[in-house]
Ligand binder design. Sequence first.
Ligand code: NAD
Ligand code: UDP
Length: 323
Amino acid sequence: MIKRILVTGGAGFLGSHLCERLVDEGHDVICLDNFFTSQKSNVAHLLERPNFELVRHDVTLPIYLEVDQIYNMACPAAPGHYQYNPIKTMKTSVLGAINMLGVAKRCGARILQASTSEVYGDPEVHPQTESYRGSVNPIGIRACYDEGKRAAETLFMDYHRQNKVSVRVVRIFNTYGPRMHPYDGRVVSNFIRQALQNQPITLFGDGSQTRSFCYRDDLCEAIIRMMNLEEEFPGPVNIGNPGEFTIRELAELVIELTGSKSQLVERPLPSDDPTRRRPDIRLAQEKLGWEPQQPLREGLAKTIAWFQSIKLDDYRPPTPNFV
Ligand code: NAD
Ligand code: UDP
């Protein structure tokens, strides 16, 4: 059945793909964004579709809309972006959650929160299961994001218990793909941009820290399944690709796939940078019948092709915090 769906942060990397899929499925989609870390070009191709609407708005302020479902994706996600104005980042997570949960409560809409593997901090449990409560430094430079997302999870569960709002919480692990902002400073976009320009590839630390990389289409499929699951299951559920790579391995793979002449250079490791990260996805497999389909090599090849197709001059770094 056709639904009215609000996607906050809908012009961003993940939000724009989600909007595209939902528009293609025939739903009435409202994309809400303040364009802090994105630009209209991500959704320009949707503007002529009669079932797509773009609203410039900041989720820290209330808004009145009538919808059936809400995907709450609005939040800067790259470390350089969320650390640029950490107080605003916390407001976006917390006030944004309160405002969007308010819309959900008033409309009787179901709402999904884009939470994060960062709620586990620098984990002592590996791989990370949903029952692990995390190891976050509450006063460090990543705390504005990690604690903001943790507080948002609390709000989601309290609106569910207290006000019977139908909520869904997904904990997203590192996701990559076409339409990542080339100047977001995240590892995949940095390495591809650097490799294509034959510039030094910046390993933070010695590159032995690990991440697990999920392709954006796999991610979108999982969160749409989570939203539409008939069972009243609030989560949280981990969504990610359990393939685990060191950052040095990622750099070597990017060099191989691009045929770049770039050299690896080591840079200081930022504080509180998690040492290891890999999702335990058994809950997603069981509840959603989902597992990722795209191996890193194939997903990276598509992402590299996209980076080759864009003009870097069309992009403005959202903050000065990129290498
Ligand atoms: P992104 O930066 O491309 O998208 C975020 C979007 O939110 C941008 O369009 C930005 O302009 C918008 N936004 C930021 N603050 C806002 C505000 N106050 N009001 C309205 N809009 C605002 O990042 P992304 O990778 O697409 O991430 C989307 C969501 O998924 C985020 O909530 C992020 O925390 C979560 N997530 C992403 C990843 C990942 O690896 N990509 C991992 C974990 C969680
Ligand atoms: N990283 C790196 N070089 C870069 C950017 C990032 O070595 O140019 C490392 C970073 O220190 C971290 C990992 O890559 O260990 C992933 O960083 P990213 O910013 O993509 O996301 P995070 O998972 O840390 O939020």
